[in-house]
Design a protein around this ligand. Structure first.
Ligand SMILES: [Zn+2]
Length: 261
């Protein structure tokens, strides 16, 4: 049942969907690897970045995208009294590691574009989670095909511009459709960009489940899930900001584990 451990984007057009939900994995030992626990217990997230496709993807650009995407999920937690969570970059063999981001070809699950999977440390305990962006994945539709494009391409390879751009995307509540229309590019080209994927996958890294199609039944805890169907990062993943549903989800996730009072 390896599939149950994996949460990934594989369905573009959901036939039915759920709203926010907490991952069923949280009920198992491997659920301890999710970021909700590193934030509640240590108010920190230590990530590492491994880029196998150097040349196509810039280290500084991806690391900026990682930090921005993490901040998007942390922001709504202020209401719960969780402030100033420290995000640090560490080496991938650090014992402090909470989150490993790998950007490169993936032989384990070649048919998935992006996925999140809990990992064991050297002592056999689940202490970190790993997000893989499979850069060899190609989505084909008709005569067109789409591979992954680093978000910095949309900012003319300028790191400062990329940072401003990402800040504006959440501030203006930008959808993929609006963004691609203003740039006159195909929205599917934007869909397969690391920044957007990281926002969705980090939802899983924290402890949220997929809210689309059959994935929801497999990956969500029915005791901690809504049956409404609003648009969200965890359902449609067509946004550069958290929708109201995502915000409810991340707050419910933390509220579940924060000790009362
Ligand atoms: Zn997913």
């Amino acid at each position: 049942m390896k599939f149950l451990f994996i949460v990934a984007i594989s369905v573009l057009f959901p036939t039915f969907a759920w709203a926010w939900g907490l991952s069923e994995a949280l009920n198992h030992p491997w659920g301890k690897a999710r970021l909700v626990f590193s934030v509640i217990n240590g108010n920190s997230i230590n990530y590492c970045l491994q880029i196998a496709d150097t040349g196509l993807f810039q280290d500084q650009s991806i690391s900026q995208q990682i930090e921005k995407a993490l901040h998007l999920w942390l922001e709504p937690l202020r209401e719960l009294g969780i402030h100033n969570t420290i995000i640090s970059r560490v080496s991938c063999d650090s014992p402090l590691l909470n989150l490993w981001v790998k950007v490169g070809p993936d032989a384990d699950f070649p048919s998935l574009y992006a996925y999140n999977k809990e990992q064991k440390n050297a002592n056999g305990a689940y202490t970190y989670t790993k997000v893989t962006l499979n850069t060899s994945y190609i989505y084909k539709t008709g005569s067109k095909q789409y591979g992954t494009i680093d978000f910095i391409k949309f900012a003319n390879n300028d790191l400062n511009r990329q940072k401003k751009e990402m800040d504006l995307l959440s501030l203006k509540q930008m959808t993929l459709a609006k963004f691609s229309a203003t740039r006159n590019i195909d929205w599917l080209a934007v869909y397969y960009s690391p920044y957007k994927m990281l926002i969705h996958e980090f939802g899983h890294s924290f402890g949220l489940c997929d809210a689309y199609s059959a994935q929801a039944i497999d990956s969500c805890d029915s005791k901690f899930s809504s049956r409404d169907q609003p648009p969200s990062i965890m359902r449609d993943a067509k946004f550069f900001y958290l929708t109201g549903d995502d915000i409810i989800g991340i707050r419910r996730l933390f509220a579940r584990y924060l000790s009362p009072g």
